[in-house]
Design a protein around this ligand. Structure first.
Ligand code: AMP
Ligand code: MN
Ligand code: MN
Ligand code: MN
Length: 286
C-alpha cells in the first residue's frame, strides 16, 4: 500500500442513497478521474459497499468501506462519515436500518406540507427518483420539484422549501452524535466529522460541536470538500491540528448533472496534517 495517495476521494454517493450513478459506475468514474483511494459513503446505508469493493478491486483502485451517517446534535443534523467500518457489524446495521425506517414517516409529513403549499403528489413523485425505496431523502423530493417545473434546480428547491426554516422542512430525529460516533468506532471504523463548513454555526457553536465530537471519540475532520472555500480549508486544517485529529477529503459527489465538482476534484490537504488514511492501513483493499 502506498503511504501517500495523490488523489483520494473519501466521500461520494450512489443510487443506493441520493446519488444518480450506481456503485459500479462510480468506481469507473473515480478510476477514470485518477482517484487512487476511494470510498463510497452513501447516507445511512451500506447497501452499495459490496459492489463498490468488487468494482474497485477489478480496476486496481484502492478502496475502503464508508458510510455517511445522519446524526442529531443540538437539534441540528450533523453528518458523520464512518471509514473502514466492518460492513457486517450488526449494531451499526441496526442503527442505519432505524434511520431508513424513520425516513418513511418524515417523507409522508414532507409531502403533506408540500401538498398544503399547492404541490400535490410529491411522495409518489419523489419515489420515482429513488432506486432503494427505504432511502427516500430530501434530494429525491428536490429532483421531483425540478422535474415538475416548480423550481429550476435542486439548490433552488432547498433554498425555498426543503432546508431548515422553510415550509416543507420536517425536522428529523436521528441518533445522537455521541451514539453515532460510538457505533462507528464499535464497528472498527474511524469517525470523520463531514463538511464542517456547511452547518452555519457561530464560532462558539462550532467549538461546542467539536468538543462534543472529540468527547464522543471522533478522530478526523473533513478538511477538504467541494463546498469549502480555500480559507475554510485553511481554517479547518488549523482546527484538525489543534485538536489532534486526522484530516479527510472528499468531493461529496452526487450526480454529473447536479454536482459542481466531479469525483476526485478536491483541494489537496495541507501537507502538515495527518491524513486519515494513515489510520486506515488495515482496512484498505487494493
Ligand atoms: P436528507 O438526508 O433526506 O435530510 O437529505 C440530505 C441531503 O440533501 C444532503 O446529503 C444533500 O445531498 C442534500 N442537500 C441538503 N442541503 C442541500 C442544498 N442546500 N442544496 C443541494 N442539496 C442539498
Ligand atoms: Mn446527499
Ligand atoms: Mn453530508
Ligand atoms: Mn455526502
Amino acid at each position: 500500500m502506498p503511504s501517500a495517495y495523490c488523489r483520494p476521494d473519501l466521500h461520494c454517493h450512489s443510487t443506493c442513497s441520493d446519488g444518480t450513478l450506481p456503485p459500479t459506475e462510480l468506481a469507473h468514474h473515480a478510476h477514470a478521474a485518477g482517484v487512487d483511494l476511494w470510498a463510497l459513503t452513501d447516507h445511512d446505508t451500506l447497501a452499495g459497499q459490496a459492489a463498490a469493493r468488487a468494482a474497485a478491486c477489478a480496476l486496481g483502485l484502492a478502496w475502503v468501506s464508508g458510510v455517511e451517517v445522519s446524526a442529531t446534535w443540538a437539534e441540528r443534523t450533523i453528518h458523520i462519515v464512518g471509514l473502514g467500518v466492518d460492513v457486517q457489524h450488526a449494531p451499526l446495521q441496526q442503527m442505519l436500518q432505524a434511520h431508513r425506517a424513520s425516513r418513511q414517516p418524515r417523507a409522508r409529513a414532507m409531502a403533506q406540507q408540500l401538498d398544503a403549499l399547492g404541490i400535490p403528489d410529491s411522495y409518489a413523485g419523489a419515489l420515482r427518483h429513488v432506486t432503494h425505496p427505504d432511502l427516500l431523502s430530501r434530494t429525491h423530493f428536490a429532483r421531483y420539484l425540478v422535474e415538475c417545473g416548480r423550481c429550476r434546480s435542486v439548490a433552488e428547491v432547498f433554498r425555498h422549501y426543503l432546508s431548515a426554516g422553510n415550509p416543507g422542512y420536517v425536522p428529523p430525529q436521528w441518533t445522537s452524535l455521541t451514539q453515532v460516533v460510538a457505533h462507528i468506532r464499535a464497528a472498527g471504523g474511524i469517525a470523520v466529522l463531514a463538511h464542517p463548513g456547511r452547518y452555519r454555526l457561530t464560532p462558539q457553536q462550532e467549538a461546542a460541536l467539536f468538543d462534543a465530537f472529540g468527547a464522543a471519540g471522533g478522530q478526523a475532520l473533513e478538511v477538504a470538500t467541494s463546498t469549502h472555500s480555500p480559507s475554510q480549508v485553511q481554517h479547518y486544517a488549523a482546527v484538525a491540528q489543534q485538536r489532534g485529529w486526522a484530516a479527510s477529503c472528499g468531493s461529496d459527489f452526487h450526480s454529473p448533472q447536479e454536482s459542481r465538482h466531479s469525483l476526485g476534484q478536491v483541494p489537496a490537504l495541507p501537507s502538515r496534517l495527518q491524513p486519515v488514511w494513515s489510520l486506515l492501513e488495515q482496512h484498505i483493499a487494493a
